[in-house]
Design a protein. Structure first.
Lengths: 390, 219
């Protein structure tokens, strides 16, 4: 109750003192430095600098979360940095290795492509029925660029997912940051009325892609619909069909990752397309953390609804005192609520009782993952830039 | 080879090929069945209609191919035309189906029938029947396997019987789809299924046009 006592409203906490914020940051600071050690001990000067900067970046952001009790705006810095630096590092790597972002189909079949988490839901049925992975990446230790990365990626994903649920999409996904950055640029949304039915579209994409992947025995989403092929790696076009495929990638990227976020201030690719996001929503049911609306203090100002980057709050869900299944636990609604009615919550506990404790527990789990997973990508991206610039 | 052995072989072949049949027809059956938003009874009707016309497609293809003696190895050009044409027709039918569901009163009017996608004379044509026929005549791998064996038989009657038994065995794998009836009239599910139909249709259209234009899909 101490959290609530020092607050003006039930779930709203006042800023912490410096010393208390520092104390709460200490575990994450140690973890971030531990993560940075691998780079700091390398002889490469740019990697040393990048590792140090990344660790400092992660520690400062977490400290600010602790100091201000605001989550979304500080997390966003990390997430945008991850989204921007991942393509830089990835494109640099494939250019060095191959001299082109286009990968010949023979190379893909040979498994010389890194594993990505997005097709995980597309692999399950073919793997279950035929014990074959339809993703064109190798799972053998020396089977190509991916090496044993697939097992590590899948294992990491499962462990994290069981704890944070769809929080993965706000703290680990290296694709969502670009659109979140774009959505942050305009002061106000130009398109405010979006048909709420369209937030079901990722489920349609998931259904269609799972079925097509099983029928065609290929990761259909990667072949036809992934917007992030435009900033990572695509099948080298050798004919008209290849050009059409790449055209689809570019158009989807431009529309859903650049233009629509600027117009709507929403993460439109995540909201309207991403099949992995839809799949990940299922795990929101297993995660111990969620966000609730305390109906006893909520005046229906719908600021939470407006602030949600993925349209995960509806009038009905607010009346029920909860978010929709697609909630990514980014904390935007909690930060936006002037009365502290939107609160972090641990399943099985009473709503709005010690919400700050729930937030802390979630953030420790999510930020530890962010520092380990996103932190390494940020480090690599920074190191790449430093190597090129200096 | 004796009759019972032949029938047993056809049945086992069908049973073994069933998962591949379900995988092959899945992009067509699952979204359209979900989009019907129907209960158990209507789902059973959908599957009967789909599988019935699929059987008809099988028999038609088998009979014609047996007569021509080119069941599984038509000339590459002809094969591309068959594949491409069926892909395009599947794409158009799925798009039409998705559009018809939006206009149909199936989900608002309790107790009505399957979604109709057109009329022939005074009779309406259900989308399930058209999709069944198109998937029946498409050259899916299990179909080719059965075709290979049927082509070795001495008479058209034996070939048709072989196909019939093969079909019955593959059909068993479709029975669980009746269970979709437990999520009937869920507006969200119907919307998701319709949109999935559109996506699958676009894939079939694109792949079909690419085949007809003589282009390889991928690279």
């Amino acid at each position: 109750m101490a959290d609530a006592v020092c607050a003006g409203f039930a779930g709203k906490t006042s800023p912490r003192t410096w010393s208390r914020a520092l104390l709460l940051t200490l575990p994450i600071a140690l973890w971030s430095l531990f993560m940075a050690m691998r780079g700091l001990l390398q002889p490469d000067r740019s990697l040393q600098v990048a590792s140090g900067v990344t660790a400092a970046f992660m520690i400062v952001l977490f400290f600010m979360m602790m100091k201000t009790s605001s989550t979304y705006r500080w997390r966003r810095w990390f997430f945008v940095a991850l989204g921007v630096l991942f393509p830089i590092e990835f494109i640099h790597n494939v250019m060095v290795l191959r001299g082109s972002m286009g990968i010949p189909i023979e190379e893909m079949i040979a498994g010389r492509t890194p594993f990505c988490f997005l097709p995980i839901p597309l692999l399950i049925l073919p793997a279950a029925l035929t014990r074959t992975l339809v993703f064109p990446g190798s799972i053998l230790p020396r089977g190509g660029m991916s090496g044993g990365g697939m097992a590590a990626m899948a294992g990491l994903w499962l462990a994290v997912t069981l704890v944070v649920g769809k929080g993965w999409c706000s703290y680990a996904c290296f694709f969502g940051g670009i659109e979140e950055g774009m959505a942050a640029l305009p002061k106000k949304a130009k398109w405010k009325k979006l048909d709420p039915r369209y937030r079901l579209l990722p489920w349609a994409v998931l259904l269609a892609m799972v079925l097509l992947s099983l029928a065609l025995f290929e990761p259909a989403y990667c072949m036809w619909l992934c917007p992030f092929k435009a900033v990572s790696e695509y099948v080298a076009a050798r004919n008209t069909v290849g050009l059409v495929q790449n055209g689809i990638f570019v158009v989807l990227f431009a529309a859903l990752v650049i233009v629509l976020p600027l117009l709507t201030k929403k993460r439109t690719q995540c909201t309207f397309l991403c099949p992995f996001g839809a799949f990940q929503s299922i795990f929101n049911k297993t995660s111990v953390f969620d966000i609730k609306i305390d109906r006893t203090v909520c005046s229906p100002c719908v600021l939470c609804q407006k602030s949600c980057p993925t349209m995960s709050l509806s009038d009905e869900s607010i009346k029920k005192g909860e978010t929709l299944m697609s909630c990514m636990k980014c904390g935007a609604c909690v930060d936006a609520c002037p009365k502290g009615a939107a609160v972090w919550h641990i399943r099985g506990t009473q709503v709005a009782v010690k919400p700050e404790r729930a937030r802390l527990m979630f953030l420790y789990a999510a930020w530890a993952m962010a520092a380990m997973f996103g932190g390494s990508i940020i480090t690599q991206g920074l190191a790449t830039i430093l190597q090129r610039v200096i | 080879m004796g009759g019972p052995f032949l029938l047993g072989e056809a049945f086992l072949l069908g049973l073994a090929s069933g998962p591949a049949c379900v995988a092959s027809c899945g992009p067509v059956v699952v979204p359209s069945l979900l989009a019907e938003g129907a209960g158990w009874r209507l789902n059973a009707r959908y599957l009967t209609s789909f599988l019935g016309t699929r059987f008809l497609g099988y028999l038609l293809f088998a009979a014609i191919a047996w007569e021509l003696g080119v069941l599984v190895s038509p000339a590459p050009a002809a094969r591309i035309w068959i594949y491409g044409g069926i892909h395009v027709l599947l794409g158009v039918t799925l798009l039409w189906y998705a559009r018809s569901i939006g206009r149909s009163c199936t989900h608002a009017c309790a107790g009505s029938g399957l979604v109709s996608i057109g009329r022939v004379g005074k009779r309406s044509v259900s989308g399930a029947a058209v999709l069944g026929l198109l998937t029946g005549v498409s050259l899916c791998p299990p179909f080719v396997a059965a075709g290979l064996r049927a082509a070795q038989l001495g008479s058209i009657a034996a070939a048709l019987l072989f196909f019939a038994v093969f079909f019955v065995a593959t059909t068993l794998w479709f029975v669980p789809f009746v269970g979709f009836g437990c999520i009937r009239r869920n507006v969200s599910v119907i919307f998701v299924a319709r949109m999935a139909m559109v996506l699958v249709a676009l894939y079939y259209l694109l792949a079909g046009i690419a085949l007809l234009a003589g282009r390889r899909v991928y690279g």
